[in-house]
Design a protein around this ligand. Structure first.
Ligand code: BTN
Length: 249
C-alpha cells in the first residue's frame, strides 16, 4: 500500500519520469509529494548526460517529487535516497547492497540501481526530483556491451524465475524514502554514519575520480564520506580533499 499522503501517477510510457515531473512541475508541486512511475522510458537519463536504457519489463523507473525548505539538509538527499533504495532492497529481497559515492547502488561491485537528483530551487523552497532506476529482470545480454561486466539485476542476484514487477517495490520504496527524508531533516550525522557504513568496502581503496566541474581525472585513495556529504579523497601528493561533485570511476 502506498502512503496515503502520496499522489501516484502511473504511466505506460514516457520519455523519462524525471523529465515528466520537471515539465509538469508547476502543476504537480501542488499535489506534492508525488510519484511518477512508468513501465518504460524512451529517453531515460542517467547522471552526467548519460542515457539510462529503460526497456519495458526490465526495470523500475520511478521519480519522486516533493518540497523541502532550504534548511532541510538538502545536500544530503543523494545519500538519503541511496540509503532508502538499499533499505528497500533489503526489506523486500533480503539482499545487502552497497553504496558507491554519491549514489550508485551496487551488489558484488556491480551496478544494481542508479539515482538522478534534479532539484528546482525557488525563493522559499526547493522542489526535489529524485529519479530511481533499479535493474529488475535483465540478463547480462540486456545491458549495453560496455556495461555487461559492470551491471547486475535483481533476477541475476536472486535467481527468481518469475519476473519482478516495479509495483512490488514502489509502495515500500515510497514509505522508506519519506521516513528517511524526515530523518535527514533533523539528523545529518545519522545519514552520514549510515552512508559511511554502506561505502565501507571502498574505504582505503585506490580509485580514479572524475571531477565533473573541471572534467579532470585524478587518482587517489577514497577515505570515506565527510560530515558535509562530500567524498574525502587523498590525492597522490598526500593532500586530502573533499569533493562535492564527480564520480568514482
Ligand atoms: C545514474 O546512475 O546515472 C542515474 C540513473 C537514474 C535512472 C532513473 S530511471 C527513473 C528516472 N528517470 C530518468 O530518466 N532517470 C531516472
Amino acid at each position: 500500500m502506498y502512503p496515503s499522503f502520496l499522489k501516484v501517477i502511473t504511466l505506460d510510457n514516457c520519455e523519462s519520469t524525471n523529465t515528466y515531473l520537471k515539465s509538469q512541475y508547476q502543476i504537480l508541486k501542488e499535489f506534492s509529494p508525488v510519484l511518477v512511475t512508468s513501465n518504460q522510458q524512451t529517453a531515460g537519463r542517467g547522471r552526467d548526460t548519460r542515457t539510462w536504457v529503460s526497456s519495458r519489463g526490465k526495470g523500475l523507473y520511478s521519480t519522486f517529487g516533493f518540497r523541502l525548505n532550504s534548511t532541510d539538509n538538502v545536500h544530503l538527499l543523494p545519500l538519503t535516497v541511496g540509503i532508502s533504495v538499499i533499505k528497500t532492497l533489503h526489506t523486500l529481497c533480503d539482499i545487502t547492497g552497497t553504496l558507491k559515492w554519491p549514489n550508485d547502488i551496487l551488489f558484488n561491485r556491480k551496478k544494481l540501481a542508479g539515482i538522478l537528483i534534479e532539484n528546482i530551487f525557488s525563493q522559499n523552497e526547493i522542489f526535489c526530483i529524485a529519479g530511481i532506476g533499479i535493474n529488475l529482470n535483465h540478463t547480462t545480454l540486456d545491458f549495453p556491451p560496455h556495461l555487461e561486466h559492470k551491471a547486475i539485476s535483481l533476477k541475476m542476484i536472486t535467481g527468481r524465475e518469475r519476473d519482478y514487477r516495479a509495483d512490488e517495490f514502489n509502495p515500500t520504496l515510497a514509505e522508506i524514502i519519506f521516513q528517511w527524508i524526515e530523518k535527514m531533516k533533523i539528523d545529518s550525522d545519522q545519514i552520514i554514519d549510515i552512508a559511511n557504513h554502506y561505502v565501507r568496502f571502498m574505504i582505503s581503496e585506490s580509485i580514479t575520480f572524475h571531477q565533473s566541474t573541471t572534467q579532470e581525472m585524478m587518482k587517489g585513495i577514497f577515505k570515506g564520506i565527510h560530515r558535509s556529504g562530500g567524498a574525502v579523497i587523498e590525492l597522490e601528493n598526500g593532500d586530502s580533499t573533499i569533493y562535492y561533485s564527480g564520480e568514482i570511476v
